[in-house]
Design a protein around this ligand. Sequence first.
Ligand code: NAD
Length: 501
Amino acid sequence: MTREVHHYINGAIVQGTSGRFGDVYNPALGAVQAKVALATREEVTTAIDAAQAAQPAWAALNPQRRARILGKFVDLIRANMDELASLLSSEHGKVLADARGDIERGLDVLEFSMGAPHLLKGENSDSVGSGIDTYSMRQPLGVVAGITPFNFPAMIPLWKLGPAVASGNAFILKPSERCPSVPFRLAELATEAGFPAGIVQVVNGDRTAVDALLEDPRVRAYGFVGSTPIAQSIYARAAELGKRAQCFGGAKNHCVIMPDADLDQVADALVGAAYGSAGERCMALSVALPVGKETADRLVEKLTERIAPLKVGAWDNPDADYGPLVGRDAYERVRSYIDQGVEAGADLLVDGRDLVVEGYESGFFIGPSLFDNVTKDMSIYTDEIFGPVLCIVRCADYEEALALVNDHEYGNGVAIMTNNGGAARDFAHRVQVGMVGINVPIPVPIGYYTFGGWKASSFGDLNQHGPDAFRFYTKTKTVTERWPSEPSTGAKFIMPLGDQS
Ligand code: NAD
């Protein structure tokens, strides 16, 4: 019988009643391995009821006690790493070592969130007026929701969960219906770690579940990660309803290669960052911008040498560099982009379209693909392909490369490869992108900094994790107090002034 994944509501497994299920694939086999229940509005409402009931006592708990429970959760995730990584890989397709990295990067933010007792401290100013003091406090929002994508089934849910619950909120996760098993297991482990029922819940589902979360006035904030059109629409809807949202969208990350860069280092970095996880990373490098013809010619030679021996295989093949795409639709979309690139006149130097992996003939595999002489009007340049496709756009000089990055619709990550400190500094200051790597191909900031793109890669003014996440999941209250010891001198009709000297 096919395995089924249901919901985790109020500290227990709740069987879905909609009769609607999504297919969960093993993308290496191209076959359905499980079914995920798609929630009804009523099931989402039950989760919100439980969250609303549990949150006040959770918020009243000493933040250090909350942090200790988070610490136990971290330990339990580490203790179950093998099981979680296998589950994650088998549904997503990324290779096991990469799945462990996905989980570890989530733990990074849980560990940061254990610093909540410090991060939630307010400010205090004595004597802002005569006998008057002012202090501020950070209070949780109440019930908050995370809506997350398929490509990091552990990391992104944990990026939302950690700061949300450490701040005293109750958190409801609506994970991607493509890879639901790890988020579900995380909710079970959260209960085992000691989170009270209703504080960490998972409702599986599709748009119906998201709409129910959006429209219930008790849910006060949304942490969304996914494609740009959905990010933008959820941000707009939340704003219309007077709620808080931070919505992170798609990407097209460029890498500028200066003539002085060490091209062996660059080619190794590019191959890993373009093809790792089959290119299904929002920080994948998908455009290389070599500066000058000689740089471009040498880069092409070094890239093609390195692409030839790459191994594409199933998630549990320890020799595989990367695995299949997540689903048939993703596979067809990536193939169609490669077709479009060829039709538009780009030079397809390495064609991954017809790759067949022995023993996995129905798997959603695409080999590493490399285009040269791509121009900025081509769809393979303008659109996020989200597959193992690297495009080279040749640039005459640094200014042309910088202008391409800055004119692109997306602004998530970017890298510059150079030995010239002046060029690197100029780039870091002038580039219109949220996360910049200097000789670092995938500049994902560590958990105590913040993560977020610019332009169409992000909607909202606060980033994920780091101190921004604590600002997002709390509201500030400022108290001004006075304890009069003298008799009243009568009513005053002017605006109170701080400095009355
Ligand atoms: P997606 O937009 O299809 O789905 C994301 C979430 O939204 C899922 O939970 C999904 O169920 C839900 N959803 C889908 N359609 C919806 C609708 N019409 N209404 C309401 N909810 C809906 O994204 P995906 O394919 O799962 O993920 C890949 C995308 O995520 C890529 O564009 C990638 O760049 C982006 N991403 C961005 C970041 C970032 O931090 N900027 C990180 C990871 C992934």
